[in-house]
Design a protein around this ligand. Sequence first.
Ligand code: ATP
Ligand code: MG
Length: 354
Amino acid sequence: MYFNAKSVSLLLALCVGGITAAFLSIIPDVSIMGVVVGLIISFSSSFLLTYFVLEFIFFKEISNIHRQIHELRQKQSNGFSPELGQKQKNPIVDIKSQINHYAKMKEDEIAQLKQMEQYRKEFLANISHELKTPIFATQGFILTLLDGAVNDKNVRDRFLKKAAKSLNALNILVEDLLTVSKIEAGEINMEFEEFDVQVMLVDVLEQVEQKAEKKNITVTLEAPSDDPIYINADYNRLKQVVLNLVVNGIKYNNKNGWVKVILEVKEDTVTINVKDNGFGIPEEDQNRIFERFYRVEKSRTKKQGGSGLGLAICKHILERHDTGISVTSTPEEGSNFSFDLKLVNDTENEDTEL
Ligand SMILES: Nc1ncnc2c1ncn2[C@@H]1O[C@H](COP(=O)(O)OP(=O)(O)OP(=O)(O)O)[C@@H](O)[C@H]1O
Ligand SMILES: [Mg+2]
């Protein structure tokens, strides 16, 4: 029903007029003319009075509130929200729906802020923990040396080596953290260039050879042919991505396992799969491993010495290459990490080679 000052006043005036006329008509001395005059006077005076009160006090104020809420919502949604254009005829109903909508928006905002606060707390806790570990270890070795171990040549060398190893881990952690924060702040520019992806993969495989040999893990590259596969990417950053994936395949694997880098060439993309037959990742952790510091089963992976930043960095680097990374994994069977990259048009390459 459409409520405004006029309709409400009319309704009230009709009631008052009707009641007055009914009263007058039961008084014997009042003529019909008197009843009609009474009806007209009571109807018009109550109509004018109610209309004035409603229009200038009640509805005017409501319209003001209505307009202000409307403007506020328009500001909040950057001036664009399709349903904002359709104002309801009844301002009271409209105000109710706008207040509900506004409350919902604020609720979502508060939930988002709370989640960010939670992330911030977790991040601080994680980072302090990660920093504490190598610092405490180094401190322990140095204090033991100071307590007299320095006089024993064998112990001294062993402890100094251990302290150096811990400091090295600290250095890697700080470097990784700087990389994550710089990529997130958009401070790292990708240096795109055209290259054969197979050259980069061979480079990665050579780099992990020793690590793989220690666990007797075979790392192989499977490509559809020896023909070059040209992509346009940041060579070093992309190498960092594949390196982390291959190293993960080795670290989270049993002795005598395998890691395969498999290339699949499609019409205009190449898919890079890094597959292993290692520990695998439980389903509930698969979405979270790309978060900073997240590790599956912390005690076990702790032994592997990673900081849990590798995949977060991979995700950011691939985002800057307009692509995303996905994982499929079965615990105790293995994992497959894969991402797509756009191929450089063959004809473009032929042109540049000429
Ligand atoms: N191939 C894999 N198989 C099983 N678990 C994996 C594999 N890759 C990653 N994970 C799990 O995901 C976690 C996050 O991996 P990520 O590469 O981000 O960190 P990390 O290897 O622990 O440390 P970093 O890479 O910084 O040295 C790992 O700690 C591990 O629990
Ligand atoms: Mg890693």
